[in-house]
Design a binder for this molecule. Sequence first.
Ligand SMILES: NC(=O)c1ccc[n+]([C@@H]2O[C@H](COP(=O)([O-])OP(=O)(O)OC[C@H]3O[C@@H](n4cnc5c(N)ncnc54)[C@H](O)[C@@H]3O)[C@@H](O)[C@H]2O)c1
Length: 433
Amino acid sequence: MKLSVIGCGYLGAVHAAAMASLGHEVVGVDVDAAKIDKLAAGETPFFEPGLGEILQAGLASGRLSFTTDMSAAAGAKVHFIAVGTPQRKDGTGADMTYVNSSVEALLPHLGEGDLVAGKSTVPVGTAQRLSELVAPTGAHLAWNPEFLREGFAVKDTVEPDRLVYGVSDTTGETDTATLDEVYATAIGAGTPRLVTGYATAELVKVAANSFLATKISFINAMAEIAEATGADVTQLADAIGHDNRIGRRFLNAGVGFGGGCLPKDIRAFAARAEELGKGESVAFLKQVDEINLRRRQRVVDLVTHSFDDHVNGHRVAVLGLAFKPDSDDTRDSPALDVAVRLKGLGADVIAYDPEAIPNARRAHPQLAYADSLDDALQGAETVVIATEWKAFRALDPVETAQKVARPTIIDGRNILSPADWRDAGWTYHGMGR
Ligand SMILES: NC(=O)c1ccc[n+]([C@@H]2O[C@H](COP(=O)([O-])OP(=O)(O)OC[C@H]3O[C@@H](n4cnc5c(N)ncnc54)[C@H](O)[C@@H]3O)[C@@H](O)[C@H]2O)c1
């Protein structure tokens, strides 16, 4: 099937390459010429395991192309909208500028019976509004939220754990059949597929992210109580996680969640609920957000306490800048935020991340960045683990102690064994343990 993907960022570039890998003919369209040039040359504009391979294979097959010219979308049967919906600069709601402008730019190129399939995460009510905009062209609209996880984006796109189609009452059957054809491989493999109305599909995505954010903030709230009582939140999580109704996944206390999705999605959801007169129903999301942000300050406090509250001029190595491992995404990253706050307090911060330094440097040129993990550790008086990259998990406490000036470590992700590090002479502080 001929497809277009409008917006080629973390979601769109992966979606375009993955759809081509499934045999579709795909054109990716973006307004960012530098990004399009890279993608067209087979270079990934961001770090995502496995993307380079399917991107290059797609280009070589002739089934995948990229352009800044929206007219290239003409003739595609399905047009996926994958542009950004960041937090508004003047509030907590979603900035819909990119969704609105991309759909408007697409309108002249739509044909009778085309399907516009929204993938971006949007406030409930958006699909209904856009469907009215699209209707005069004879095209239909569906909302098909995306659940991919950065770091696993290729696998999650090719083998999703579920498919959700939000369709209209009038053209729903036809549009479901069209999407089934797009996702024939996943459907053939037995992937659950739920067909809903627009509002449900839009809400599924923000509800899922709200639940995940709440789960993380729940365990971080327990970490705060553990810190006040001498309990160990990791053991607590292990113990409650054995209950299948609770489950152990996403129950790791630490410096909290970040990235281009969870923080802005829960804020946008709360803002939309307010507009609907239902702010009360999701008022807890404000606390989820507050608990999350407090954990960043907790890490900063642990570092300053390690210098008797005088961090000025002291060498602090911050390991990790991406919001999660296997990604170079630093949007709303707790790791980067911790580095910036410490720098603001006068610490001599040296930051390192296996992939995210270029993005971090663009946003925060005032920080010093190390070329290697070893360079970051050399002479550090306090080491902070801020992102749970494998390389940091694998650090040997005895060898690492030889490199630093003072063996003090703040394990902001609870990935190290406190006993092993203490035995090797380290002063170890975890989160809630
Ligand atoms: N990143 C994820 O893990 C993820 C997962 C699920 C859902 N989402 C949702 O997907 C959407 C996109 O997220 P992202 O992380 O890919 O964002 P991103 O910022 O990486 O990419 C958005 C892209 O859209 C492009 N764009 C903006 N206006 C455009 C226009 N008018 N025409 C064409 N292209 C345009 C931008 O240049 C950019 O390349 C968001 O709504 C997000 O919440 C993201």
